[in-house]
Write a protein that binds this ligand. Structure first.
Ligand SMILES: [Zn+2]
Length: 136
């Protein structure tokens, strides 16, 4: 149906971006890409908040372990995005919703994308084996 991009697509690995947009556009629901590239300070601040209260804060990791942080890659581009399902104009974070479940199944079957569902972050999509791109 639709994929609204709320981030700077030029800062996301072009292959990851193309795969995610194609996947979201193939669905019958509305999806937003809400996060892409991050700098180290933003990731660290999010991580500090997350570890202080993991139940109520979005999941972040240490900057050196994040596929969002461009500084981890020679080309400076993110290998991950975060998305949300939008129903009647509102974000829907109920991951038991059939649309979320179907999308996660599609990601799990995708040859180049990996779902954050495997580490309790279902709205996160990253490149398979993104760590191999670090090289710095
Ligand atoms: Zn993420």
């Amino acid at each position: 149906m639709s994929c609204i991009v709320k981030v700077d697509a030029s800062l996301i690995d072009s292959g990851v971006y193309a795969d995610v947009v194609a996947l979201l556009k193939s669905r019958s629901e509305a999806w937003f890409i809400t996060q892409g590239w991050r700098d180290q300070l933003t990731e660290q601040a999010g991580y500090n908040k997350f570890i202080s209260d993991p139940v109520h804060n979005p999941k972040y990791t240490h900057p050196s372990n994040s596929a969002h942080v461009g500084a981890n890659f020679p080309d400076g581009k993110s290998r991950a995005v975060d998305i949300t399902l939008v129903i009647a104009g509102k974000d829907d974070w109920d991951y038991t919703h059939p649309a979320w479940q179907a999308l996660i199944a599609q990601i799990n079957a995708h040859p180049r994308l990996h779902s954050g569902v495997w580490f309790a972050d279902p709205d996160h999509i990253e490149k398979v084996h993104w760590q191999r791109d670090k090289g710095i």
